[in-house]
Design a protein around this ligand. Structure first.
Ligand code: 4AD
Ligand code: MG
Length: 477
């Protein structure tokens, strides 16, 4: 019998309600609620909405006992108009099959139990939190953002490049990398000088998980024109904040013949286009999150809603100021009593960034021309010899969402910077080579994917927008 009956997702059924009226269909999902031995709310993850199932009256008591929240079922039934106010259609069940029941002894401890759980509690059962409305909403939005990013670049003439995850160099210049080795740590080989003999390791040299695909993406852009990467990045920094992951996802476009201004224009249009797309295509999930966030804020009127916050992003051009201007503004705001010092040559702290974005400009801000001493070696040095063509985009709540720059395309300048920053130039011979053969002005940036998902979904903690977060002391699941 099942062979002839078509299977549909709940989204398909609810999106095209009218076509399905009086049709026999098959649906599968997990029970979200069960009332009066008749009404089941079924969710299959395809949408935030549930399908109401009406059980037939002749089901045996023993069978009914097995119908509990969390149980997975298949239902064959007829779609009919609902008399209830909450939904237009419902499924009158003809045949119901149970796939997997619920361990009733442990149910009380699980987050499937229908009550308000804190986000921290959900994190502890990360394998089950996909089943919650909030986390499945976030995951669907995460998917749509990723999908649109590929679409955007494809339509703008970019090619998708996969850069290596295992690498020998640190493009960002700091020492915070995870080492990759197959050496037996109980029996490490040493050379005659007493140093670890990495020639005995898998790759015959010391290797790490990559912090960024940028340097490799640059080499591709110097042939293909416009490219982008979309992959994981790993950072072993001990930052236990609501915006840092040890393993996160980054999108890194790299464009030959782009100057810094064109880079900023692209980044701004890119961010605005993503947010517009998500408002257009994920309104059900966004509205659900909107309501949730209102509840968390105890319906405080002053807090703008998630949708207002998102619309605000594409209302005006982002404010663009140089690092020096930013320092001048912050130094004038003496009454603000910042915890960290505001001094030219020191990196801006989160409190400074948030002040500029939320209070001073009340708009996303692009800060450019940072002091070279606080930025990576590959950024193009300005004529003042003190600043580089860097740009960071700062967002409300999140702070830095994009970091990018025009790259140093002049061989001698680049070599000097590598030497000044004490980077081992022998490992970067291939990168330097690109400046020897038809070097061109070029630029790019890195967008923190998880930070963007965090901003769009309004989550306070980045650990709530990635399925299995990796942070210091935490690599479970
Ligand atoms: O500013 P970052 O370190 O820049 C780069 O890695 C460059 N190679 C990018 C480029 O020019 N191609 O990182 C870029 C972005 C940050 O702005 C932030 O959004 C995100 O990546 N990011 C993190 N997100 C989550 N957890 C972390 N630990 C992050 N570190 C950076
Ligand atoms: Mg940065």
């Amino acid at each position: 019998m099942n062979d002839r009956i078509e299977k549909y997702s709940i989204k398909e059924l609810l999106d095209k309600e009218k076509i399905f009226l009086n049709k026999t269909v098959l649906v599968e999902g997990w029970i979200r609620s069960f009332r009066n031995f008749i009404f089941i709310s079924l969710n299959d993850g395809s949408t935030i909405k549930n399908l109401q199932i009406i059980l037939s009256k002749n089901l045996k008591k023993n069978f009914l006992k097995k119908i509990t929240i969390g149980t997975s079922i298949q239902v064959i039934g007829i779609i009919t108009q609902s008399i209830g106010k909450k939904q237009n259609i419902e499924l009158q069940s003809i045949k119901i099959t149970i796939y997997g029941g619920v361990d009733s002894k442990n149910f009380q401890k699980s987050i499937l139990q229908p009550k308000q759980h804190s986000l921290e509690t959900l994190r502890k059962q990360a394998h089950l939190r996909f089943r919650t409305s909030i986390f499945s909403s976030i995951m669907r939005i995460r998917h749509h953002i990723a999908f649109f990013i590929h679409k955007y670049f494809h339509e703008h003439g970019f090619f998708y490049i996969n850069t290596p995850i295992i690498t020998t160099s640190n493009s960002e210049g700091s020492g915070e990398m995870f080492q990759v080795t197959t050496m037996d740590l109980k029996n490490i080989p040493y050379d005659i000088k007493g140093n670890i003999d990495y020639t005995k390791d898998f790759f015959k040299c010391q290797t790490y998980l990559s912090v960024s695909g940028q340097l490799e993406a640059e080499t591709a852009s110097l042939a293909l024109g416009k490219v982008y990467t979309f992959g994981p990045a790993f950072r072993a920094e001990n930052s236990n904040t609501s915006r840092h992951l040890s393993e996160f996802w980054m999108i890194e476009p790299e464009m030959a013949f782009y100057h810094l201004e064109e880079n900023m224009n692209l980044a701004e249009d890119f961010l605005k286009s993503i947010i517009q797309y998500i408002i257009d295509f994920c309104i059900d999930d966004l509205s659900f999150l909107n309501e949730h966030i209102k509840k968390w804020n105890n319906n405080r009127k002053k807090e703008s809603s998630l949708l207002e916050k998102l619309k605000f992003i594409f209302k005006y051009p982002f404010k663009r100021i140089s690092y020096t201007e930013a320092i001048n503004i912050l130094q004038k705001e003496k009454k603000k009593n910042f915890f960290y010092p505001v001094l030219w040559g020191i990196d801006l702290q989160s409190e400074h960034e948030q002040y500029l974005v939320n209070e001073y400009f009340q708009s996303p801000v692009i800060i450019f021309d940072y002091p070279s001493c606080i930025k990576a070696f590959y950024m193009r040095i300005n004529e003042d010899k003190k600043t580089v063509r860097a740009m960071d985009i700062l967002f409300p709540e999140i702070g830095e969402i994009i970091g990018g720059s025009q790259r140093e395309e002049r061989y001698d300048m680049l070599l000097n910077r590598i030497k000044d920053t004490k980077i081992d130039e022998s490992k970067l011979w291939w990168y330097l080579d690109t400046r020897r053969f038809g070097s061109v002005p070029h630029s790019g940036f890195g967008l923190g994917f998880d930070r963007l998902v965090q901003f769009i979904t309004g989550m306070k903690n980045i650990r709530d927008v990635i399925p299995f977060p990796r942070t210091p002391n935490n690599a479970e699941f």
